[in-house]
Design a protein around this ligand. Sequence first.
Ligand SMILES: *Cc1c(COP(=O)(O)O)cnc(C)c1O
Length: 463
Amino acid sequence: MSRSAHPAGPRHADVLPEGHYSAPPADLNALDPKVWAQTVRRDEHGVLTVGGIDVKQLAEEFGTPAYFLDEDDFRARARAWRTAFGDDADVFYAGKAFLSRAVVRWLHEEGLNLDVCSGGELATALSAGMPAERIAFHGNNKSTGEIRRAVEAGVGRIVLDSFQEIVRVAHIAQELGRRQRVQIRITVGVEAHTHEFIATAHEDQKFGIPLAGGQAAEAVRRALQLDGLELIGIHSHIGSQIFDMSGFEVAAHRVVGLLREIRDEHGVELPEIDLGGGLGIAYTSDDDPREPHEIAKALTEIVTRECESARLRTPRISVEPGRAIVGPTAFTLYEVGTVKPLDGLRTYVSVDGGMSDNIRTALYDAEYSVSLVSRPSDAEPVLCRVVGKHCESGDIVVKDAFLPGDLAPGDLLAVPATGAYCRSMASNYNHVLRPPVVAVRDGEARVIVRRETEEDLLRLDVG
Ligand SMILES: *Cc1c(COP(=O)(O)O)cnc(C)c1O
């Protein structure tokens, strides 16, 4: 990210405070297509529309805060990944980014597979008709109940994450008279985030079995001995919000190295490798994500080259994008409640949601952009911080953003690129009700996850 911190200096009212922001954009009404869903526009009155419906109408019908998801954009992105990888590879959408039954049906229709990592996600996938053989089951501590359900359902693969799990899945499969297809998740010693990757010591994490010290090779040895398991491949996931392919390059090199060791030791060439997800999206205009076809080309070339030099048949590749499919397709719509200018600092703009519907800013210091969307404005830009309604000073939605100086209670703000890891990480903190997800397409809006009600909250409270 190329955002420059403003040079530190005395805090006069005419000097901007420190923070991570670029200069104010030339036109605050402009919508950068990089960060907004494909069908988002401003209409002739300057009001933002998605799928042909304006946000004032959407706010009236569905309330705020709410997530609005551009269904055409979701399908287009899913299809772009599918097409880019073609028939020789598999695309698994990572359900944890955002999962609902409508999403499962869209994925099914667009020919994608699905990653789940809990019984709840598995139940959602199956209940919406995703064929079990197109589901991969992940997680570093799947319960025996979850494993049993996954094996019984006939999931296409379980990704094994520990030595205990190798035995657990094998036993359960055997008890059920099954042979479960599995991959082993390894840590290759690479962790990638945004533009950098670090190629040392990243075995120090809870996921996967380290390649270092021969642990991954030992896991393979054990898995190959167990009748309940059919070992089909090796899995590696190196991080998230990645823009740079070099981390994948190192990962592919090391995974293929393990495939070669396995061939040399056991005389088997495993047929699949999974390179995980983690491809970045644009949260602000400073981010430059790659297109699926570039990613597919790069990954395929890397794996092919590595396999040629190891004299291995090129395995079938799979990838697991979550954020890159759903992230850009939705925005969160909020209503402004209060506007509080702090002299020489910034203006605090409080909206009717916050860390309960978007924890990423508090959790990861994530950057977002935000626009006034219920009307155009040519007022001077003012440095703002968009905050929520929760009882935490860290309850920040957008840390630094320029908004028009005439912003007032009742205005609608939209934060783009909230399709991934926002509704799926939403909480009931302060007994706030989780917002709905509304899918919009061709002038029609339909709730796919309804707003929580106080009744929902009280139903769980049985004391
Ligand atoms: C989280 C995760 C993904 C998806 O990551 P994105 O950053 O959303 O693409 C894919 N695979 C695994 C194993 C994951 O844990």
